[in-house]
Design a binder for this molecule. Structure first.
Ligand code: DX5
Length: 216
């Protein structure tokens, strides 16, 4: 338990897509704070998922958080912003130069959305120092991105501790392998936004699963 409020962000990657709107409504009534849409291009990660047309179909009062696991994210942000994205997170590994990162952050902020930058498990915090003051959130991946249902990589917690020590007010999101036990570790390390797919969607009581992840 920490004093920090924790945002719970279910990822629809594990939803029953045949009844997506019902799934969204179930997450709303279960107490979710944000909803994450994982966008995979089959190139940056070895899987394909959703495009902006799917986002346009979702009706929700909750903020839509777009996790872009794509090569050349700058080519994609406009369509997701137009489709209703409230936050867009791109991968540091996909945008190498500071100049390109700054341009992308500015393009998202101009449309009144917030920006996250994501780090794969092997990417150190030093790789995002150039734009850290300009982003609204850092996403520390606790699995190799691409699939739900993988095991939590405990070593990434060191990055969360380091970030939290130097940035007490930063939104730190974690994603991958988050369940009752690992959520507690994430929060103790300083995370305040937890993404979860399989733990929430497999639960017989989603409200209870979300409360458990929140640590209350
Ligand atoms: C992984 C995705 C995650 C994933 C999490 O590439 O970014 O959001 O769906 O799934 P679980 O919670 O099952 O590890």
């Amino acid at each position: 338990m920490t004093d920090r409020a924790v945002i719970i962000t279910p990822s629809i990657l594990s939803a029953n897509l045949g009844k997506l709107q019902e799934e969204i409504e179930s997450l709303e009534s279960a107490g979710a704070d944000w909803i994450q849409v994982d966008v995979m291009d089959g190139h940056f990660v070895p899987n394909l998922s959703f495009g902006a047309p799917v986002l346009k179909c979702i009706k929700t009062r909750l903020p839509l958080d777009i996790h872009l696991m794509v090569t050349n994210p700058e080519d994609r942000v406009k369509e997701f912003l137009e489709a209703g994205a409230r936050n867009i997170t791109f991968h540091a590994e996909a945008v190498a130069s500071t100049e390109a990162r700054r341009a992308l952050i500015q393009a998202i902020h101009t449309e009144k959305a917030t920006v996250g930058i994501a780090l794969n498990p092997a990417t150190p915090i030093e790789d995002i120092q150039d734009v850290l003051p300009e982003v609204d959130m850092v996403l520390i991946m606790s699995v190799h991105p691409g699939f739900s249902g993988q095991s939590f990589i405990v070593e990434v917690l060191d990055k969360v501790r380091l970030l939290r020590t130097h940035h007490p007010d930063l939104m730190i999101q974690m994603d991958g392998g988050i369940d009752k036990e690992t959520a507690a570790l994430c929060c103790q390390a300083g995370a305040n936004n937890l993404v979860s797919a399989s733990y929430i969607f497999k639960a017989s009581d989603r409200a209870e699963a979300i409360s458990t992840l929140r640590g209350v």
